[in-house]
Design a protein. Structure first.
Length: 340
């Protein structure tokens, strides 16, 4: 089937129309203006197709920056020119806010401004551990794993830590399922979280608490990261070095969270979001705010610093623990009440 890609969809897939029915077809790995030969891979309510060959390239297509494309499922728009990527993200954002939040399209569009961010800006990443103990990403739309030779989306210092973890593959194999790596906002300190493989019913522990401790210590002693932590099967924390990352919450180095907990991937984007939030909220002293899914406190802390009275709700136990710690660091805990 020949398809012409008309637009982009949430998640990064190209969007075409069925030549007979006009029904939308999602085609991963394609860009607006591409013309492809494709095979339908799903014919349920949502049609999906896999492009087998590109007949014509989009005028805005550029060579990928990463050698792992297209096998790796990450960064679906890296072949799209930067200005076009900004414009399409803007259209998708405006469309979502119009549909789900009843916002006026013109009002939102006037507020859109590009954020100047280096391509290699990600300060956090989570990778799977393959059968050989190597860190890997998922292939697009698949459970198959791809071991990257490099990852140009990451900050170079974080990428170096990912590559250095290869020296511990024999220790990771069959004992750890995922590894989360993070870099502080200053781009200096790194930390790692290990996710041990769950015990199979009736089987032995895949890795003991002491084994986790030794692995965390190896990460620190080999200079891969400044800290590492994990939770063993009994819920006990195993820590080596400094597992906390600073600067990602409210743009303030006083606050921190452990590697593996959610924070915005790029500090420059986060600072822009916080600035926009404060401007839109126009906080007044005593303004009451409820922050749902507050995490470790990124927006809640920023609003509390702007003299709002904030209640911050978080269901994840680990993020809630870090939120409570940050409330104490705030020094004015009366302005921020953590809720769970």
């Amino acid at each position: 089937m020949k398809l012409k890609i008309e637009s982009l969809a949430q998640g990064g897939d190209g969007l075409a129309r069925h030549p007979e029915s006009g029904q939308a077809i999602f085609v991963p790995g394609t860009l607006p203006g591409d013309e492809v030969e494709a095979d339908l891979s799903s014919s349920r309510k949502v049609l999906r197709a896999q492009a087998s060959r590109r007949l014509k390239d989009s005028a805005h297509r550029q060579p990928p920056r990463c050698d792992s494309r297209p096998q790796c499922g990450g960064c679906p728009w890296q072949e799209l020119e930067s200005q076009q990527a900004f414009e399409w993200k803007g259209r998708l954002l405006v469309g979502s806010l119009v549909r789900f939040a009843s916002q006026a399209a013109d009002d939102i569009s006037q507020r859109l401004e590009p954020i100047t961010v280096a391509h290699r800006g990600r300060h956090r990443v989570v990778l799977r551990v393959d059968g050989s103990g190597r860190l890997a990403y998922h292939q697009g739309g698949s459970h198959q794993l791809v071991v990257p030779g490099a990852c140009p989306a990451l900050h170079p210092r974080l990428e170096a830590a990912v590559l250095a973890m290869a020296s511990l593959s024999s220790l990771l194999k069959d004992s750890v399922t995922e590894v989360a790596l993070g870099l502080d906002a200053a781009g200096i300190a790194r930390a790692v979280r290990l996710y041990p493989r769950p015990r199979r019913r009736g089987g032995p522990t895949s890795i003991t608490s002491q084994g986790l401790k030794s692995l965390a210590q190896a990460i620190v002693s080999r200079g891969i990261a400044e800290g590492a932590w994990a939770e063993d099967e009994d819920g006990q924390l195993v820590v080596s070095g400094e597992p906390y990352l600073t600067g990602h919450l409210a743009g303030d180095d006083r606050f921190s969270l452990r590697a593996g907990l959610f924070h915005q991937a790029d500090p420059a984007v986060n600072r822009s979001m916080i600035t926009e939030l404060i401007e839109m909220a126009e906080p007044e002293r005593g303004l009451r705010v409820l922050d749902m899914h507050a995490g470790a406190g990124n927006f809640a802390l920023a609003l509390a610093l702007a003299r709002c009275r904030v209640q911050a709700s978080e269901v994840d136990g680990e993020a809630f623990d870090d939120l409570k710690t940050n409330v104490k660091k705030l020094g004015k805990a009366g302005r921020l009440e953590p809720l769970r």
